[in-house]
Write a protein that binds this ligand. Structure first.
Ligand code: SF4
Ligand code: SF4
Length: 85
């Protein structure tokens, strides 16, 4: 895994409470995961994520600790690859 791809370089960070209000999320870090066996790396989920929590990994996109559990990525995935833990 390329650690650089996991680096979050955002300069402004909102608190979990703020993001719950913005995204309607649960505040449960990394509460969603991507199944690398079915992800086709279409790029729809990072575009849907309000916290930029989804990054490109070696074999598929992956969800990082910035996830607040809003579920918007799962709604957009065409291959039903994103699920709650
Ligand atoms: S869109 Fe997905 S990865 Fe982003 S915060 Fe919501 S549940 Fe987490
Ligand atoms: S939307 Fe689904 S198939 Fe597309 S990159 Fe995200 S997890 Fe993979």
């Amino acid at each position: 895994m390329d650690d650089k791809k996991l680096t979050n370089d955002k300069t402004v960070k909102l608190s979990v409470e703020d993001m719950n209000n913005v995204a309607g999320g649960t505040g449960d870090y990394s509460s969603y995961y991507i199944n690398p066996d079915t992800c086709i790396s279409c790029g729809a989920c990072p575009n849907a994520c309000p916290t930029e929590a989804i990054v490109e990994g070696r074999d598929s996109y992956i969800i990082t600790e910035d996830c607040v559990g809003c579920g918007q990525c799962a709604d957009e995935c065409p291959t039903d690859s994103i699920h709650r833990r």
